[in-house]
Write a protein that binds this ligand. Structure first.
Ligand code: AMP
Ligand code: ZN
Length: 487
């Protein structure tokens, strides 16, 4: 019952039953961020969506190896990612830092933000710079197989030659002729033989900061190559899921498939899953468009577009209330509604422990729980799942108000449903509970300290005061007693 999962496969342009190549193992590769700036809320939406899938696959019993890379070199500024300056090097020059300082700063920031959103870490988080050797090996094979050519120390993928025997537009369903018409006006193809050709290896200019020796030149790999190399290394020639934002599909993922086929003869992933964009006034949130904002700006409300701040779980709940394949437009009203909805859900969770058990029941929870599974089995449909959790909240409130009876078995089942779906699968956290508990714990510590002090055990009472100070709480003794405050 729980295993009948269907996922929308971009490759097939329809929902398909999820059948892993090697059950119970599942291999999932998701394109990670280019760590040259803070991740914005749109990036977070994509990683929260894949976290939902990772959590659900784990819950229904799969052993998932989730690989999400860090792009720390090779992503150039141009649309296709292989023209102009390296994004990280450019930032390093401006800030007068080492490129690896930029990488470290924004990788740490990325992890911090995803932790605030309570997402699980991937199983492996490989970096492009850590896999230069593997990328060079792939280029050698692609060259040997005749799908690439070298010009003056750089190596390019020959898209038109590839398309003679393969379908370059397999992922986006476009014919090569149509794609070529679209690129004709762009110009600036440089050494490339064809306008759709893309770089596998780029000879570095003398001023370029991050470069490595290779059989062709001292240079660096093209952006698309790292994902082919790292997915191949950690998940094999073929694996189950490849994911990323829908904006990566037309070029980055299309080129990735071409590289893998040119190298190994195989499309690497069975299911290509793409998340849709977070938008602002209907426009994709993006750093380059200048309409992006950072998670902490949203939490604090310090942004011109925001009326006030919202908690991380409110923001996460807002995102999960839309299906991952729909666009989601950011707005104050929508945030207000999500805050109310999230509070309603968490209030119901809090009430669960206070409900009275009756000998008979007016409500059967098993069908509701099944509907929660059905929602997730229907291409991870989190908004439908949340609607079912609101139905569970309505039942909880009715029982609490004495308008409905529930027996022990059904009470257990509704608790179980909330725990599984709200916390394990949606990955929400009851912020209210966490906030309520902290003062209670601090008051207990203060009482214990005062007892120690009363017993003239000043060593212990000082140790507690200094310990609290170190983790950011200050104690103030007065005639009325002891108060604590956050420093
Ligand atoms: P980048 O660092 O630009 O490669 O982006 C990292 C991930 O965030 C990619 O999977 C993008 O598709 C995704 N992404 C970028 N902008 C948005 C957005 N506005 N909404 C959702 N996902 C996005
Ligand atoms: Zn990628």
């Amino acid at each position: 019952m729980k295993q009948n999962l269907f996922v929308y496969n971009t490759l097939a342009r329809k929902k398909e039953e999820f059948k892993p190549l090697n059950a119970p193992h599942v291999g999932m590769y998701v394109c990670g961020p280019t760590v040259y700036s803070d991740v914005h809320l749109g990036n977070c939406r994509t990683y929260i969506s894949f976290d939902l899938m990772f959590r659900y696959l784990n819950h229904i019993g799969y052993k998932v190896r989730y690989v999400r890379n860090i792009t720390d070199a090779g992503h150039l500024e141009g649309d296709g990612g292989d023209m102009g300056e390296d994004k990280i090097s450019k930032k390093a020059k401006i800030a007068q830092l080492e490129p690896m300082e930029i990488v470290q700063q924004y990788t740490v920031g990325f992890h911090g933000v995803l932790q605030i959103f309570n997402t699980l870490p991937p199983s492996i988080e490989p970096t492009a710079t850590g896999h230069i050797v593997e990328q060079i090996e792939l280029i050698k094979i692609i060259l040997e197989n005749g799908y690439a050519y070298e010009v003056d120390g750089s190596v390019y993928f020959d898209v038109e030659k590839y398309n003679r025997t393969q379908d370059y537009g397999i992922l986006n369903g476009r014919k090569l002729e149509d794609l070529l018409i679209n690129t004709r006006t762009l110009g600036g193809q440089g050494d490339k033989h064809g306008p759709l050709d893309f770089a596998l290896w780029i000879k570095a200019k003398p001023e370029h900061l991050m470069k490595w020796p290779s059989p062709w030149s001292v240079g660096f790999p093209g952006w698309h190559l790292e994902c082919s190399a790292m997915s191949h290394k950690y998940l094999g020639e073929q694996f189950d899921i490849h994911g990323g934002g829908i904006d990566l599909m037309p070029t980055h993922h299309t080129n990735e498939i071409a590289q893998n086929v040119a190298c190994c003869g195989k499309n690497p992933a069975t299911y290509w899953i793409h998340t849709n964009m977070l938008t602002v006034n209907g426009q994709k949130m993006s750093k380059s468009l200048g309409n992006s904002f950072l998670p902490h700006e949203l939490f604090t409300g310090q942004h011109s577009i925001l009326d006030r701040g919202y908690s991380p779980m409110t923001v996460k709940f807002f995102m999960l209330q839309a299906h991952y394949r729909s666009t989601l437009d950011f707005g104050n009203e929508a945030m207000e509604a999500s805050e109310k909805g999230f509070k309603r859900l968490m209030n119901a969770v809090t009430l669960l422990d206070t409900l009275k058990v009756s000998a008979s029941t007016d409500v059967e929870i098993a069908p509701l729980q099944q509907r929660c599974y059905d929602a997730m089995n229907d291409d991870f449909n989190s908004p439908v799942l949340i609607a079912e959790l609101f139905e569970a909240s309505r039942i909880i409130n009715s029982v609490h108000d004495g308008k409905m009876k529930i027996d022990a078995a059904n009470l257990q089942l509704i608790k179980n449903t909330m725990n599984i779906f709200a916390f394990d699968i949606l990955g929400l956290k009851n912020e209210q509970a966490a906030n309520d508990d902290l003062p209670k714990i601090l008051n207990l510590i203060v009482t214990l300290r005062n007892e120690a002090k009363g017993n003239h055990d000043y060593a212990t009472s000082d140790k507690i005061r200094d310990g609290l100070q170190k983790i950011g709480f200050q104690l103030k003794d007065s005639k009325e007693g002891t108060n604590w405050s956050k420093i």
